[in-house]
Design a binder for this molecule. Structure first.
Ligand code: GTR
Length: 322
């Protein structure tokens, strides 16, 4: 073999090795590019790409290009998609432990939520998630969810009677809305806008940021800050994919995820404020809510839905967390 042929051969071998070593992970998020969760994932992608010198990269697939949230959970579980940023509530059926942070009025404030999810309870929920084909890399704040509708202002639970309210695909979300006397309609997030426009549903519930980013505020102009749940988001990676990664790659991902939580917590308040401010100019009517009346109906739902010894214990410790 002459010198040139040797050099070409070596180059080809290097390409094969470096090609084999380089891995791209795809992460799905339902929200558009400028939404705080997507921004946090982009930040994580930059960090992991830099620190691995390009051998491990993350491609953020936002705006539902990978399907609705429930589908992405199934794909990640099967290993057909590497990662997904989803809300905890659609995981309720699969991982019962996620029910507790999804319960109405279970968190007293964002600080209480951080203490619960950053501490031993959050770690236990992550362990439970791992038993179902995922690894939970991070929990992100998602603000507080409130009702919005196209019919009338909601100030007490009685105002919800008979309204068709879209809920996330979860028995907890359904039970909660039914307890308030509304007709719970589980629907993928991507179909809520069409459902509102077509009059198939009267309303839904979400935080200010999603209400604005989704454009639901254009058809459902009554926003009622009931703030009934604060279910956080979770970044999932497929257990199958995780087990294929080296220990060093796993550390990089954990570090990147950790930084993305800080990014999210920094970005969230400003985005929420901006969404709220934008509403005033869009003719959204915000009602004054009788929180005590909502709590009276929804607090008993906590005990009804935390219906196993494990869930009762998680709920007791969540309540007891200062
Ligand atoms: C948003 C959340 C999404 C999705 C959506 C929904 O607040 O960020 O992941 O769960 O709510 O209502 O389906």
């Amino acid at each position: 073999m002459n010198g040139r042929a040797l050099a070409v051969g070596l180059m080809a071998a290097w390409l094969v090795v470096s090609g084999a070593a380089a891995r791209e992970l795809r992460v799905a998020d339902t929200h558009p590019a400028d939404y705080p969760t997507v921004q946090a994932l982009q930040h994580m992608a930059r960090l992991v790409g830099e620190r691995s010198r390009g051998t491990l990269t993350i491609k953020v697939l936002h705006s539902q290009v990978m399907g609705d949230e429930y589908e992405t959970i199934q794909h990640v579980r099967a290993g057909a998609l590497d990662m997904a940023r989803v809300n905890l509530t659609p995981l309720n059926s699969l991982v019962p432990e996620t029910i507790v942070p999804s319960l109405p009025y279970v968190f007293r404030s964002a600080e209480h939520l951080h203490r619960v999810m950053d501490g031993p309870i959050g770690a236990e929920i992550s362990k439970a998630i791992e038993r179902h084909g995922f690894v939970a890399l991070a929990y992100y704040d998602a603000g507080a969810r409130s009702f919005y509708n196209s019919r009338h202002p909601i100030t007490t639970p009685a105002d919800l009677k008979g309204l068709r309210i879209r809920v996330q695909q979860s028995p907890v979300a359904e039970a909660m809305v039914r307890a308030l006397g509304a007709d719970a309609q589980p629907l993928p997030y991507g179909q809520v806008g069409i459902g509102l426009d077509a009059g198939v549903i009267d309303g839904a519930e979400n935080n200010w940021t999603a209400y604005h980013a989704s454009g639901h505020c254009r058809s459902a102009r009554y926003y009622s800050p009931t703030e009934h749940t604060m279910a956080p988001e979770v970044l999932l990676i497929s257990r199958k994919v995780w087990d294929e990664l080296s220990a060093a790659e796993q550390v990089l991902l954990r570090q990147g995820a950790h930084h993305s939580v800080t990014t999210l917590r920094t970005l969230w308040p400003a985005h929420e404020r901006a969404a709220r401010d934008a509403m005033a100019g869009m003719g959204v009517q915000t009602s004054t809510v009788d929180h005590a009346a909502f709590a009276k109906v929804l607090r008993p739902v906590q005990d009804r839905l935390a219906n196993t010894a494990v869930l009762k214990d998680l709920l007791r410790r969540t309540r007891a967390t200062e």
